[in-house]
Design a protein around this ligand. Structure first.
Ligand SMILES: Nc1ncnc2c1ncn2[C@@H]1O[C@H](COP(=O)(O)OP(=O)(O)OP(=O)(O)O)[C@@H](O)[C@H]1O
Ligand SMILES: [Mg+2]
Length: 223
């Protein structure tokens, strides 16, 4: 479902360019459950931003479900993100003054769904992540693990085929972290492709494939 052909990314730094991703090759099969590891600053989030259609490669071609992402306009990219991709971040990125329900509903408002269906879908997503009894809670009244579950409910409410998680357990203790990875595994078993960026070897060990990023280059873990 995902192919990167000679994809590179450079950022302009004053008069010069700094290459963060060397031209890389990467194929991710539909239904994969994989992780990306590597030192701080190696280019993991840069790679994730490209996979998530948040940023375009400087050179090379990105194919997502046969669509050439590198050719799309910002508006088309926004539609692809909304329909196909769910994002999960270390710091949850929830709206603090809105309930779990309203946070989860947000992507559905962008996709133009009617109010009644939005509510049904948001409640169903929250039930899926084990928070049926917390739909009216605001993030400030939820634990870290519960906040991440709300963020995951928001990520899956549009039934994305791809879930991208950048350090989803980085702010959680070991036990909570395990339950979040378990939840991502369940979503994978239900059909989603899941890519997890992590610094934790215990987290990566639970995935089926590990790719290392070092100085902007990829290296497959021996399996
Ligand atoms: N918008 C940008 N403009 C310029 N440089 C950038 C930009 N985004 C990232 N970089 C640089 O690219 C390099 C890789 O950053 P990236 O965020 O991908 O690292 P990372 O592997 O995710 O690190 P961490 O583990 O700390 O999150 C860094 O040196 C960073 O300074
Ligand atoms: Mg990062």
């Amino acid at each position: 479902m995902i192919t990167l052909n000679q994809v590179s990314k450079s950022f302009r730094l004053g008069p010069t360019w700094s290459q963060v991703l060397a031209p890389i090759e990467l194929t991710i099969e539909r239904g994969s459950f994989m992780s990306i590891m590597g030192p701080s600053g190696s280019g993991k989030s840069t790679l994730m931003n490209i996979l998530g259609c948040l940023d375009k490669p400087t050179t090379g071609q990105y194919l997502l479900d046969e669509e050439i992402i590198s050719m799309q306009t910002p508006k088309q990219l926004a539609r692809i993100r909304n329909q196909k991709i769910g994002f999960v971040f270390q710091q949850f990125h929830l709206l603090p003054r809105q309930s779990a329900w309203k946070n989860v509903e947000l992507p559905l408002i962008y996709s133009g769904m009617k109010k009644k269906e939005r509510k049904q879908r948001a409640f169903a997503a929250l039930e899926k992540v084990g928070l049926a009894d917390r739909v009216h809670y605001k993030p400030t009244s939820l634990s870290g693990g519960q906040k991440q579950r709300v963020a995951i409910a928001r990520a899956i409410v549009n039934n994305p085929s791809l879930i991208l998680a950048d350090e989803p357990t980085g702010a959680l203790d070991t036990k909570t972290s395990e339950s979040i990875i378990q939840l991502l595994r369940e979503l994978n078993q239900a059909g989603a492709t899941v890519v997890i960026i992590t610094h934790e070897t215990e987290v990566a060990a639970k995935t089926d494939r590990i790719v290392y990023v070092r100085d902007g280059k990829l290296q497959e873990a021996a399996s």
